[in-house]
Design a protein around this ligand. Sequence first.
Ligand SMILES: [Zn+2]
Ligand SMILES: [Zn+2]
Length: 391
Amino acid sequence: MTETNAAKKNAIAAVEAARDDLVEVSLDIHSHPELALKEERAAKTIADSLESSGFIVERGAFDLDTAFRARWGKGPVTIAYLCEYDALPEIGHACGHNLIATAGMGGALGLKAAVSPDAVTLLVLGTPAEEDIGGKQLMLDRGAFEGVDVAMMAHPAPFDIAAPPMYGVEEVHVTYHGQAAHASVAPETGVNALDGLVTAYQAIAQLRQHIRRDSRIHGIITYGGSATNVIPDRAEAKFGVRSLQPAYLRDLKARVERCFQAGADASGATVEINWNGVTYEPLNSNDPLAEAYRTNAEAVGRKFLEIEVSSTGSTDMGNVSWALPSIHPTFGIGAIAINHTSDFTAASATDAAHDSMIQVAQALAMTGVDLIQNPALLEQAKAAFQKTRRA
Ligand SMILES: [Zn+2]
Ligand SMILES: [Zn+2]
């Protein structure tokens, strides 16, 4: 165990003392899954808990009903812990955001117990709609991160990784318009919108073999006609395009659009291509902060994956990470399950998951202590951020 000073010991003890409350909040969120921007119960539960712990809480912050900002202290260094709490359709908390919320809360409670309110301005930001819409981008646009020096959160996953790669992603909704006709009496008079979409789907499936391995394309057909005996005059699909490299993502988007156009050309249908306009940026982890987090997490018993992974997901924390020094480490929850499966939903409510969440909250709090006690760390974090920052 590396040097654990008195302040860090206080942080560790405060998180441990809050264990029962944090687990209760986690289980409450887990058993009442709410979708993006509808997380009323979760936001209220967390805000109530922080308020009773001495934070000044602004609910419905930044013109978002289910966002909040909780504040304690008025020191010169502003540290924000982020809480996500939205769920997925049908499979509930299959991304374990109940554990993100409580790790963020716990981190804040730990730091609050360890440092003076004259040394830190401690924020807990409730950030809705991670799985859809990109709530953190809305909060960035509305000033939620102005004046914030550092933003930290941690995400459950199969393994602990201090600075995980996370893809940038953009989503597209595509609609083909054709001409309806009786499928038996007069098919020759129809233009088959579904054929256009299927041709495009196949073209994209072929494209996938020839893209970089740090990229992904995936999609679903959401409408393909209403009756087998009617030539479909409309067909719709949604696709996601991901890459670790922003420039390559732009290139891939153009190639996917050519696949859509090929479907239109082959079938004679017309195609409407609507990118949803929300970009989740690739994650720009702040290395000095990630290293400090890892040291602290190891000191409380976390074990990190020692091999590099390239297979990953995306997060709207990516957008925050290009605006200020940020970390988004992942942590294992004692299960082999992978995010966005019903197995992960079940794993996110276990004692093992909560033991992990408590350790991660302690490590987040200790990293906050480092930032307050060691001004050089904040300087290094800012210098590293300036270097990675895009022109
Ligand atoms: Zn997710
Ligand atoms: Zn998630």
